[in-house]
Design a protein around this ligand. Structure first.
Ligand SMILES: [Zn+2]
Length: 324
């Protein structure tokens, strides 16, 4: 039996708990493990996972985004899951071993207790994949074969199509984020970005902007990433997509939810010397939290890579629109 056949057999025989909450889409069994493995295959394809050791001590935003993207395609909205759930249970498969933190022992009882990333990190710093499996994953053809077997052996025909579509979107989104990154290092030319699928565009733009700003809000400087991999920032357009169809990285900034809303409503802006502008409408409103007013004239927090700074021509259009 070839190495690929061995892992195809393992992947097609994943132990998944049956239960009445799981629909025919997931063959009436828990879908966590195959969905996490689909996300892991994407991270290998993107060059984010570069060794058989998968560390969980850093930020898990991209893993969680990919996991959630697949999950939402086939699981009802009300049902959610932490990535820690399958990450820990995969230890019971022959190819995935949790690495214990010093002084801890990985037992079945310990694994059964894990339902959040915080709990996972208390016992483990990550997982070690079989080296032979990792080398299959880095080869596009073998990676596709592994993805295919997960889809075929764990899901209904419709769910399989939906998840294959999501995998294609994730692939396009990654290519799109690379394209936007390269483009930002060249002179601006007018370009219609609308030929890409909206879901790939959204994900690709967000990936680039959020990473470029390292999850920090350009206006107020807040940076919060939860252990589960949720980040406080959005990828905001300076001139809205609806009017500009412009995903140039220089038309984007990472903004926290509050600053994003205020920027979109014209209550906050950025000056021609990259300082924060606070609208008079905010200062005059007694209900506005005081700290927003204190942002006035502070320097915006911009990426290290100067080429990715917001373009003054877009910031000027925003100021003009809202008379800032
Ligand atoms: Zn903010």
């Amino acid at each position: 039996m070839s190495t690929l056949d061995t892992y195809i057999e393992y992947f097609s025989a994943l132990r998944r708990a049956p239960g009445p909450v799981w629909s025919a889409a997931t063959q009436n069994r828990a879908p966590h493990k195959p969905i996490l493995l689909l996300a892991v295959l994407d991270l290998v394809a993107r060059g984010v996972i570069t060794s058989p050791v998968f560390d969980v001590t850093g930020d898990l935003v991209e893993l969680n985004d990919l996991f959630t993207g697949y999950w939402r395609r086939i699981v009802p909205l009300a049902q959610t899951s932490s990535i820690a759930f399958p990450f820990s249970r995969l230890h019971n498969e022959p190819f995935w071993k949790l690495i214990p933190v010093p002084g801890k022992e990985i037992t079945q009882a310990v694994i059964n207790n894990v339902s959040s990333v915080n709990q996972l990190r208390r016992i483990s710093s990550g997982a070690r994949l079989d080296e032979a499996l990792y080398y299959l994953m880095i080869q596009p053809e073998n990676r596709n074969a592994l993805r295919e077997i997960l889809l075929r052996s764990c899901f209904s025909e419709q769910a399989r199509l939906d998840l294959a579509d999501q995998a294609a979107i994730n692939g396009e989104a990654y290519i799109y984020s690379q394209k936007l990154f390269n483009k930002a290092h060249q002179p601006k030319v007018e370009e219609v970005f609308g030929q890409y699928r909206a879901s790939a565009r959204d994900q690709g733009f967000r990936r680039l902007i959020v990473r470029t700003y390292d999850h920090r809000c350009a206006l107020c400087g807040v940076r919060i990433i939860t252990p589960e991999g949720h980040t406080v920032v959005d990828a905001a357009h300076i001139v809205p997509w609806s009017t500009s169809q412009n995903d140039d990285a220089r038309n984007g900034m990472a903004l926290c939810k509050l600053c994003h809303w205020n920027f979109d409503k014209g209550l906050l802006g950025i000056s021609n010397s990259y300082n924060v502008i606070v609208s008079r409408k905010i200062s005059a409103n007694a209900n506005v939290p005081g700290f927003l007013v204190t942002l006035a004239d502070r320097g915006a927090i911009l990426p290290l890579d100067h080429d990715l700074w917001p373009a003054q021509e877009y910031l000027a259009l925003h100021r003009q629109e809202w008379q800032l």
